[in-house]
Design a protein around this ligand. Sequence first.
Ligand SMILES: [Zn+2]
Ligand SMILES: [Zn+2]
Length: 435
Amino acid sequence: MPDTPSRPLSPELAACPHCDALHQRQPLARGQVALCSRCATPLYESRSYAPLLPMVFVLTGLLLFVIANSYPLHYLELAGRVQASTLLDGVVALWQSDLWLMALLVLLTSLLAPLWVLLALLYLLWPVWQRQPPPPAAASIVRTLSLLTPWSMSGVYTLGLVIAIVKLRDLASVMPGIGLYTYFAFLLASIAAQITVDAALKRRLLTLDTRQAGGQRAAGVAHQPALALPPTAREAGLGLCACCNLLVRMPVATKAALACPQCGSLLHSRKPASLSQTWALLLTAVLLYLPANLLPIMTVIRFGQGDPDTILSGIQHLLENGLWPLALLIFYASIVVPMMKIVVLSFLLLSVQWRSSWRPKERTTLYRIIESFGHWSMVDIFLISILTALVQLGTLSTIEPGSGATFFGLVVVATMLATQRFDPRLIWDALEQSP
Ligand SMILES: [Zn+2]
Ligand SMILES: [Zn+2]
């Protein structure tokens, strides 16, 4: 069982999650964001909302989610026949094509994770609103939120829904259904709910501290590195919780795993085995990248005829049909982004292993870029799922998914996991150890 460390220290200090630099919190004007003085990662901001506001967004989002799942996303009309498809149809179509791994991935990222984020927020916000202590298992729920939020991809799915209409333009006429509009509104409500759960409110999800909440509403805090402080949290004997951002004392001598006193997550001053795990996941992604690009991802069958398309040949067909903005978008999401993630992560891993002191701030920015854009590669997977469900008109026209799509989905998962396992603070450790 992990030990619980001594009392937290977070109110006056802030540690950067990307370079571990320690900062003294200072008041900030309303709307300002405090950036890390070393690597420019946002540390905290002065936003503050009452719990009622995110509650309204969460409830609206849940209502919209039910509607979005009850009505068709698209209607496809071809030669007098009309086909409609819902969100779940996309998952079922993949499952029936024996691509069950891909079906589960689409189910998790487009439906289950976005739904769980809203349900968890509702469960945690209700007692805050009622000024009651946190509900049972609040810490576990907060941990699942931190785990599942990166896999909630309703934004990417919405892009897939719009692309499907453009892509099918030369095949049939496609009309957006109520499901598409409400899924888009659900996305907006989810974003609003997550934005309005600010740092002060997040703390209150786990602790009943009304005094602290009142104080947070008044001003907000600002960053400024205090010269008297040791440069990093680790040197000061502190550790930042990756789940709830609490800064806690971490005795250097102890070998036992420490648990965050606020959310119960295991605390590490650096992610354990970060380099070896990132390498392993990255090499897996590189190996999967070959079949993902060589095997067909989709076959469009018209009047009983059709050739399987790989990612690249699909882009080529889009260009031939004059849909070059769409071709560029798919090229960027399916070829450039995964390649960029593989190249950037390899570069970061090698630079850390060679103890390079070359441009640490720029390397940290590179990491932030692949961390925030990596999941957009999923758009091709979503598109295949949407098209497979929608274009099911027998001999007239049918779209079948190919096994390359499963490999591509696994590339996206492996690169996302590799990015999560990499610890950017290692970039800065080499600098501190050099004279
Ligand atoms: Zn930093
Ligand atoms: Zn924590």
